[in-house]
Design a protein around this ligand. Structure first.
Ligand code: B12
Ligand code: SF4
Length: 507
């Protein structure tokens, strides 16, 4: 194969909507895994990374010199960078290909394909290698897994969808050579989660089969990133790190002589195994992002959360007693959640001693049933699409039935006030109070973006709500059909799929 120049771009957030999750983010690991795997599989590939989260600008790279441009994006990144994507298309050399992957490309391939020649759904490592090999050798594309593209008749083709086994992939630390001082570095130790919460798009990207990396790879990767960047705090992006206690115990054993710190994601049941919890804490697992979502049994049931709501409080308190800091997204937006319920939930978070709750709005992509046979809690017409806050859950992205979207956004802001007031009454330990005050300062940074969004929502929602805040759903449906009905029809008639696609996607 000829020598290939590849540029990998992680698209960034829109600057007009600052938010604590955008300000705290260092890099998303997905594109680094794809780039590392590609480099190892095809030695003729020379990779350059462009990380917009650190302020790098893709247009300062010589776009016309690359053979392949790989782009990774969440929904909000995509809609904040349309002009850049257009410029990339215009500046790329003739014959060069743009390949998009990551969550947005997976859930809205029809949008990504307006700017990309190819889209890779789900895990990107193997399909990217297959695609580049097929294009370089001039073979057909039929055997390229998870590939999606428009054929000559503009028909959306979706090839065979595959969930992979254990790739045991590690980030090549040299890809982080231009990293600024990181407050944490993201890595993944396992992929997949066996649960099936209805709002969860993560399992739709990475699948429901838990696959742990080898301990050797985990340790080598951490040491390599630490040496390259100096960072010794790691954000473990695994969907549900504590799925298998024996895996966690062996990770703890391997890391016993390192002085690293970790934030990991887990389900709340982790609180039941204090031996494991304290063993992990000793080697640096002092913080968890938990899937709490709510204290309310009906809300948890509606989300298919499979958790005992009556035990949420007891488990969270035990974590606090063990000296563990907890983060959690708290989801609003169901019909049953009125202003009073939301306020109660915010107070409850303080009483359950969650340290970093993030109050968010339920979000969905349209056409998921059609494309992937997935369940949607929010119907297509109630989704606010195609704006820079799209699928950024801190910013309301749906039309609730019994409350204006701008009211829900204000309630999200108010929830933080309710939470901090109560939490500072309850927490007496100086370190926990300091953490709370720090968190309150970072939340304050988000207020400007949320207020801007409230103004934008007021304009969007104006025609659809009565003075008592009830949604005129028929009117909304009509507008949706006028704006997007043709797209649904086009998708319905266009999609061509390999047999077994839907079953594989849901696995
Ligand atoms: C860990 C995590 C976080 C962490 C850390 C994020 C980080 N810096 O890495 C925290 C909690 C901070 C976070 C915050 C947010 N997150 Co988050 N997060 C995740 C989670 C659970 C794992 C991400 C991850 O790194 N996984 C491990 C790697 C290996 O997987 P991956 O990134 O998906 O990459 C693979 C494929 O996508 C693909 N791929 C990726 N890029 C590319 C590029 C090319 C060219 C190709 C071919 C393939 C490819 O191949 C990769 C390897 O197999 C995902 C869900 C998921 N992806 O499973 C949500 C997810 C990405 N987050 C989401 C959101 C919305 C956010 C926030 C905007 C939340 C908010 N406040 O509203 C912020 C934004 C911050 C950010 N950095 O983007 C959504 C995205 C929705 C969307 N479609 O846009 C997801 C999908 C969650 C969900 N709904 O289920 N997040
Ligand atoms: S437990 Fe967490 S990662 Fe697993 S399906 Fe539910 S929300 Fe997704």
């Amino acid at each position: 194969m000829r020598e290939l120049k590849v540029l990998c771009i992680q698209l960034g957030f829109g600057p007009q909507y600052p938010d604590m999750s955008t300000l705290a983010t260092t890099y998303n690991d997905g594109i680094y895994y794809v780039a590392s795997f590609l480099q190892r599989a095809i030695p003729q590939v020379q990779i350059e990374m462009c990380q917009m989260f650190w302020g790098e600008d893709p247009l300062t790279f010589e776009i016309g010199t690359y053979d392949y441009i790989l782009v990774s994006a969440l929904g909000t990144h995509f809609w904040s960078n349309l002009q850049l994507l257009e410029t990339l298309q215009a500046r790329k050399r003739e014959g060069a290909r743009i390949i998009m992957g990551g969550p947005h490309a997976t859930f809205a391939p029809y949008e990504a394909l307006k700017y990309a020649d190819f889209v890779v759904l789900g895990e990107g490592e193997i399909p990217t290698v297959q695609l580049i090999e097929a294009l370089e050798s001039g073979e057909g594309l039929d055997e390229v897994e998870n590939l999606c593209y428009l054929d000559g008749d503009q028909v959306l083709v979706m090839n065979r969808f595959v969930r992979y086994g254990n790739l045991d992939n590690t980030i090549d630390p040299s890809l982080l050579k231009r990293a600024p001082r990181l407050h944490w570095a993201t890595v993944s130790m396992s992929r997949g989660c066996p649960f099936n919460c209805s709002f969860c798009y993560a399992i739709r990207v990475l699948g429901r089969r838990f696959r742990a990396k080898s301990l050797k790879s985990i340790v080598t990767e951490l040491d390599g990133i630490h040496q390259q960047t100096g960072c010794s705090r790691f954000y473990v992006t695994d969907l549900n790190f504590t799925t298998r206690p024996e895996f966690c115990a062996s990770v703890a054993y391997e890391l016993r002589h390192r002085n690293y710190h970790f934030i990991a994601m887990s389900r709340i049941e982790v609180a039941d195994d204090t031996t494991l919890l304290l063993g992990l804490k000793e080697v640096g697992f002092q913080e968890y992002c938990l899937g709490v979502e709510s204290e309310n049994a009906a809300v948890l049931k509606a989300f298919n959360k499979s958790v005992d709501a009556s035990r949420q409080m007891e488990r969270l308190l035990r974590l606090a007693q063990c000296g563990i800091y907890t983060h959690s997204a708290i989801i609003f937006g169901l019909d049953s959640q009125d202003l009073e319920t939301m306020s109660q939930t915010a107070r409850w978070c303080a009483e359950a001693r969650i340290m970093h709750p993030t109050f968010v709005c339920l979000a969905e992509y349209p056409f998921q049933k059609l494309l992937f046979g997935s369940r949607q809690d929010v119907e297509d017409h109630r989704i606010i699409m195609e704006i820079p806050t799209y699928q950024h859950y801190s910013f309301v992205g749906i039309f609730p039935r019994r409350m204006r979207p701008s009211r829900l956004q204000q309630a999200i802001l108010d929830s933080y006030q309710t939470f901090f007031k109560r939490a500072l009454e309850i927490e007496q330990e100086p370190q926990r109070r300091m953490r709370l005050k720090c968190y309150a300062r970072s939340v304050a940074e988000s207020v400007r973006g949320m207020k801007t969004h409230i103004e934008a929502l007021r304009k969007i929602e104006a025609p659809y709500y009565s003075s008592d805040e009830q949604l005129d759903e028929d009117m909304l449906k009509d507008s949706f059909e006028r704006a997007h009905g043709h797209l649904r029809k086009q998708l319905e008639t266009s999609i061509r799929r390999e047999p077994g696609f839907l079953t594989a996607f849901k696995a």
